[in-house]
Design a protein around this ligand. Structure first.
Ligand code: DAH
Length: 348
């Protein structure tokens, strides 16, 4: 018996639907297809609606074929659904089944971390943090700190001079944060003073593993009645304990800085060896590690600031943040800090 027209039409329609199904590329299109073909008002339902108008002899056959086609299409639908769920739904080459990439998170620069750590300790000890200019006048960087023009201390601090021809005196990138001692005293008619001054400094240096032409310092200045070397030692001892561990000891050795009298160099005991290991990366077997310069503020500087040196005394100290950071972070070349390489910086 030749196939009835309606049966042919049914097969053509379902064949086309099947063809369209295999070309669908994403789940949204698949859902649209499902509603159009298998849905309650879809293609198959519509075809079935006409079944009552068919001649008796083909009605049964038409019904059987239609049910068979529906079952086939539902199967095909389920298979395509599984395929699409398991393959990328995007033809641009993005494999959505790969684990996600975490966004890179920024962090504070290692020097910033250590500067904050240093200042946190001094803040707890009662110091106020202030900042000063990076471009400084000759007189503040040198003269008022008792470093006259021909003083040998200028040799290691000869630095980056700027064009100050429109000013009364020469200007430079400061070589240390000590000028803020003078600036602060000049603008504060009465002690007590207890300040910590962080900031960048610049030096005319041939760079090597322990010298950079730019460095950060933290300067301390305390002026009050009855301040002695014991206050200096106690303050730095407590700072060293909080920075490097409760067992740390400090040692003060005589040194010379024109703006303090006496001047000292301060070292902490090595926390890696007992001083017997000549290959120790921290102290090289000396047992001590130089950290900073300090001293009692020179009475002439106190007098120059307008305070009575018979009533007031004080101490000052200056430390390099990179130096402290190298010790804390086990970094052996200071140049790593500022050459801005992500593999180094991302370790901290
Ligand atoms: N300004 C000195 C330097 O850059 C460090 C220093 C030494 C600061 C002794 C001080 C001090 O306040 O008392 O090397």
């Amino acid at each position: 018996m030749p196939e009835h027209n309606s049966t042919t039409e049914l097969k053509t329609t379902t064949d086309q639907a099947r063809l369209r199904l295999s070309s669908l590329e994403n789940l949204d299109d698949l859902e649209t297809w499902r509603l159009e073909v298998l849905g309650r008002h879809g293609l198959l339902t519509n075809l079935m609606k006409g079944i009552g108008d068919l001649p008796n002899e083909i009605r049964k056959e038409f019904g059987q074929i239609a049910n068979q086609e529906r079952a086939n299409l539902e199967n095909a639908y389920t298979n395509r659904l599984l395929e699409l769920k398991n393959t990328p739904n995007d033809t641009s080459g993005v494999d959505v089944s790969l684990p996600g990439r975490l966004p890179v998170r920024g962090a504070l620069h290692p020097i910033t971390q250590v500067r904050r750590q240093i200042l946190d300790v001094f803040t707890r000890l009662g110091f106020t943090t202030i900042e000063g200019p990076e471009v400084e006048a000759d007189s503040y960087n040198f003269g008022k700190l008792r470093i006259p023009p021909d003083h040998p201390a200028r040799d290691m601090w000869d630095t980056f001079w700027l064009d100050g021809s429109h000013l009364d005196e020469k200007i430079l990138l400061r070589t240390h944060t000590s000028p803020m001692q003078i600036r602060y005293m000049e603008s504060h008619p009465e002690p007590p003073i207890r300040i910590a001054v962080p900031g960048r400094c610049y030096r005319y240096e041939a760079t090597d593993a322990t010298h950079e032409w730019m460095l950060e310092q933290v300067e301390l200045l305390v002026i009050d009645q009855g301040i002695t070397l014991a206050n200096l030692k106690g303050t730095l001892q407590e700072w060293a304990r909080q920075m490097f561990g409760a067992d740390r000891k400090i040692m003060m050795r005589h040194s010379y800085f024109p703006f303090v009298e006496p001047g000292v160099e301060v070292a902490i005991d090595c926390f890696d060896c007992d001083g017997s290991d000549r290959s120790c990366g921290i102290c090289r077997g000396s047992g001590w590690l130089e950290l900073l310069g300090a001293g009692m503020v020179h009475p002439e500087i106190i007098a120059e600031a307008g305070y009575d040196p018979d009533v007031y005394s004080g101490f000052a100290a200056g430390m390099g943040v990179e130096r402290v950071a190298m010790v804390l972070q086990g970094v052996t070349d200071i140049r790593h800090y500022h050459d801005n390489r992500h593999p180094f910086l991302s370790q901290f």
